[in-house]
Design a protein around this ligand. Structure first.
Ligand SMILES: C[S@@+](CC[C@H](N)C(=O)[O-])C[C@H]1O[C@@H](n2cnc3c(N)ncnc32)[C@H](O)[C@@H]1O
Length: 231
């Protein structure tokens, strides 16, 4: 695959340099959260599908961290379905020991954004790893302080695997933040309001009525038998 001579800024201005024989190219967008300027590269024309976008739910989750001054300092964090890496990168800049995950084919784009945005002195706190839900979640421990995901609830055929992965990664002390855009056709509402509550305590902590984006804070329901039952 030929890569990119083209660096574009977000917005509609003309690209500075473009190689039309390239099959893929990079578009860069800038974001400001928590006092950090993030430069996020998206690889277009490389069949990355929905991963080649920064979704509104990702922006909403970053804004929520900014608004609530959520600190990840010294905490162990994993992000699922990261796409460009924007959420996990912000969590690492906010002090977290972060593992950013997605399907294997997406990791090159994430690694490029990690290189661009994470100073060398912090690089040891951030890992990028393949994790396909329901397939390789058991390669990861169950001791995370935070599990993050934005716009990962969008295809109903993946919901059972996503729940299996969340149930494996979370323990009773884990805080899960999921930001989801409620689209009518994909069963996202049922996933959040019916399926997840079977295993997690779920609470909406932020919402944007403009585009139907909800941020959920979740903890795992304790299903261990009560002490008395051991007698
Ligand atoms: C709509 S994008 C959201 C990307 C990013 N979180 C954001 O908010 O911009 C959904 C992401 O979930 C990932 N994904 C979808 N199904 C997955 C699966 N079964 N296992 C792991 N990742 C998956 C996709 O590769 C993609 O990066």
């Amino acid at each position: 695959m030929t890569t990119s001579l083209c660096l574009e800024h977000s917005g509609d201005e003309a690209p500075k340099k473009k190689d039309y024989s390239s099959t893929c190219y990079i578009r860069q967008s800038n974001f400001e959260f928590c006092g950090y300027s993030l430069k996020i590269n998206r690889t277009l024309g490389a069949n990355l599908g929905v991963s080649a976008y920064v979704w509104e739910a990702g922006i909403a989750l970053c804004r929520y961290f900014e608004k609530e001054k959520i600190s990840f300092t010294g905490r162990k964090v994993i992000e699922l379905g990261s796409g460009t890496g924007i959420v996990g990168i912000l969590a690492a800049l906010r002090g977290g020991n972060v593992t950013i995950t997605d399907k294997p084919t997406i990791l090159k784009q994430i690694n490029s954004n990690v290189s661009t945005n994470i100073p060398t002195v912090c690089r040891h706190r951030l890992k990028v790893r393949p994790l396909t839900w329901g397939e390789d979640h058991t390669d990861f421990p169950a001791d995370y302080d935070f599990i993050l995901g934005s716009d990962i609830v969008y295809r109903s055929d993946t919901y059972p695997a996503l729940i299996e992965t969340l149930r494996h990664l979370a323990n009773q002390r884990t805080t899960i933040y999921l930001a989801s855009e409620f689209r009518k056709e994909n069963g996202c509402l049922s996933f959040h309001e019916l399926l997840l509550p079977e295993y997690f305590n779920c609470k909406v902590v932020d919402k944007s009525m403009d585009n139907d984006i909800y941020v959920y804070k979740m903890t795992k329901i304790d299903t261990s038998p009560a002490d008395g039952l051991h007698m």
